[in-house]
Design a protein around this ligand. Structure first.
Ligand SMILES: [Zn+2]
Length: 348
């Protein structure tokens, strides 16, 4: 799960990233900076599904097509990367005699489309993959605020909301208003008590005829579906908390519960303790020293962030801070995958 920007900075940032990746692809700069590619890459995905065209898609970066997933796998294999299970990476990278470059695929949040569209593609290439399970989504006890907000803003031309200084009417009639409203809601979730913020967004959705739990039910796999998927030897489940809350903003007791009880649930559904953990949001302000310690204390082999970067031989020294590279819905081109694999976009 990554972050959302306000529309202006978002578009500007995209233009810069796209130009940078085009430049890397055009000049094949990777030939001149082979060390930039490190020891390979852990890819991050969320949804894998055919393209949809609703009018308002603030979460478009979280969705890639089956075609692009296939392309990304082919590109990694053509580049000579060796498929690896995520949880084996600390051991593989720590072996000083091993200079191979590895690729691991991870998918966050436990979406049902991962089973329908991604799993068959991984099977076709014998590519291992890890899906990070949020227990509260699987059990339908926690809603997905960014999906709820997208559904709400895509439906109504305005809605009432209390951002903390009283009820106000928020306009959502034009694309600019919708993006602005979405950015405000995202900031509200990041600044207010997250449980309360999510409950507020749910209430606004229900007021407008949207059932936030039905969205989860539609998008996320059930416990039975996860149990069936667990028979696939290419698949491993990782833990992704109980409620997908920013772990750097909860107290110690909640932190331990979020980590431990999500691992317990995976063990029950899949028959093994998860060896990998994924921080919700995964950004710098969602991964504190305390959260890293808690993850290590809970016994995970590694934890992944959304800090962008290729793998390095030194990564096993900080097993709670593995970097990942997002396969972003805005950049679904083979040449962008080649640019990412070169490692050059992450220098600096
Ligand atoms: Zn997530």
């Amino acid at each position: 799960m990554s972050t959302w920007k306000t529309s202006a900075t978002y578009l500007a940032k995209h233009a810069v990233i796209r130009a940078g990746m085009e430049a890397v692809a055009l000049t094949r700069a990777g030939r001149f900076l082979p060390n930039a590619a490190g020891r390979g890459v852990i890819f991050t995905l969320h949804h894998v599904r055919p393209p949809t065209e609703p009018s308002f898609r603030p979460n478009a970066h979280l969705s890639v097509t089956p075609h692009f997933l296939r392309q990304a796998i082919e590109t990694a294999l053509e580049a000579g990367l060796v498929p690896a299970h995520l949880h084996d990476l600390p051991r593989l990278l720590a072996d000083r005699d091993d200079t191979r470059r590895f690729v691991s695929f991870t998918l966050d949040d436990g979406y049902r489309d991962n089973i329908e569209y991604a799993a068959p593609i991984f099977r076709q290439f014998a590519m291992p993959y890890t899906i990070f399970i949020t227990r509260g989504f699987i059990e339908r006890k926690r809603t997905i605020w960014w999906e709820t907000a997208q559904a709400l803003l895509g439906k109504v031309s305005s809605f009432t909301f209390d951002f903390g200084s009283g009820l106000e009417r928020v306009a959502s009639a034009t694309p600019a208003q919708r993006h602005h409203a979405f950015a405000r809601l995202a900031r509200f979730v990041q600044a207010a008590d997250e449980d309360e913020a999510v409950a507020h967004i749910d209430a606004a959705a229900r007021d407008n005829g949207i059932d936030p739990v039905a969205i989860v039910d539609d998008l996320v796999m059930t416990g039975d579906e996860l149990r069936a998927l667990a028979t696939d030897p290419l698949f491993r489940a990782g833990a992704h908390t109980l409620t997908h809350v920013n772990l750097a903003r909860v107290d110690e007791a909640r932190l331990v519960r979020e980590i431990g009880q999500s691992a317990d649930a995976v063990a029950e559904w899949c028959g093994y303790r998860p060896e990998s953990f994924c921080y919700p949001y995964g950004t710098r302000d969602a991964v504190s020293e305390q959260t890293q310690t808690a993850v290590v204390d809970a016994g995970f082999a590694l934890a992944v962030t959304t800090r962008p970067g290729v793998l390095r031989t030194r990564d096993p020294d900080t097993p709670a801070l593995f970097p990942r590279v997002s396969l972003n819905g805005h950049y679904q081109k083979k040449r962008y995958v080649e640019a990412l694999l070169s490692g050059i976009p992450f220098i600096g």
